[in-house]
Design a protein around this ligand. Sequence first.
Ligand code: GLN
Length: 488
Amino acid sequence: MNDLIFKPVEELIKGLQDKQFSSVELTKAYIQRTHAIDDQLKAFLSFDEDKTLKEAQASDERRAKNQCLSDLDGIPVGLKDIFSEKGQPLTCASRILEKFVSPYDATLVKKLRQSGLVMWGRLNMDEFAMGSSSENSAFQVTSNPWNLERIPGGSSSGSAAAVAAGEVPLSLGTDTGGSIRQPAALCGIVGLKPTYGRVSRYGIVAYASSLDQAGPFARTTKGVARLLQVICGSDAKDATSARRPVPQFLKEMCSFQDKKWTLGVPEEYFGEGLDPEIRASIESAIDFYRKCGYIIKPIHLKTIEYAIPVYYIVATAEASSNLARYDGIRYTYRSPRAKTVDEVFDLSRSEGFGDEVKRRILLGTYVLSSGYYDAFYGKAQKVRRLIHNDFMEAFKTVDAVLTPTSPVPAFKKGERTSDPLAMYLSDIYTISVNLAGLPGLSIPCGFTQSQLPIGMQLIGRPFEESTILSIAHEFERQHSFHTQTPQL
Ligand code: GLN
């Protein structure tokens, strides 16, 4: 069964349909793989083997009766430890939620069940999704499967590493400023942040509500399109979920196959700080599209220089408000030293949250405080609008924007932990996409000389996920970067 673990989802679907293997056999292959390597990789925070195998068994029973719920029925999927899955632990990689068990299913988890997917494990992340390396997890640092001394990216660190290492074929993460695309790039897999509003946020622990969006990881664009299909749709339980019909992504992206799109390449994304090997890979991807007959158009997105400061005002402001609910009274952690009500709040929060989370709460509280609100938060919201306008202006003449996903390949553990600003720069190319609410995709487009994956980002118009998927698929069809696997 070991030859199954790196197969793309398309082949797994076929194998199940042709009865080459059952869902239980398939699931066991990933469970075995996880047991074999996760001591080194540390992608999983917890798992429940019996529960997972029961779900696989139920899928096999449905298949025997010809009652499959979808093409993905019986395929395992891993969940970032930020999604509520009834009866399972939900820690957000934080001490403050260490013993919390979800009382209900997130809408997206409900949708996974309705399509028959098998949920395998709870995946490591940066605490409350704040970070770019997994080093802010209160419990463990996940390694990059391509080089165990390096980080896998973050905050959806375990979700990316587990798929890249063959511990699970599909996974879900969240992306507030790049947390799906950056780890996908650093681990050499495909990751998609959908348009804001595509996926319900109900049952997902909130970090920055106006930016948070859940999305899929897979080895291929088709895998991502299929999982996206399952989780999308409007939801009465999330007022920001988009009330618009969901297209058939896979069908639509395939129907676009022979189109010759116009791609915008923003000069500002190729400046100082971009690793030369990444630049070279992106440039050869651009050449590839040119040879395919696409039109390549240099564009300007001048507001990128404001993206990081605006993000760290908006995101921290929203975080400080969202995280006020962890008060030592509800949820799990309460300081044993607390004697008064005030101490319950103060000590539980100061012992329960990690340093980065506290830094952001402080920043967020400050930018919202009276007297500073207009100067910081109010102004950031205005600049956010300009960033959005900048993209929309570009989309009048281009169908998608092509950029590097991350300025650097996977860095060494510990390299950026003492310098928050250096860590924040990891997201320079991804953050503006969240501020503008657009869909963004990262796909493998090369390797550095030391065998570290390189990712390319495609950004689309709102609700045009199929377009960027189709453009990415064109690249994937004629390259083999996505078929390479780490030696682990
Ligand atoms: N790295 C960014 C941050 O620390 C983005 C995180 C995310 O997208 N969840 O906030």
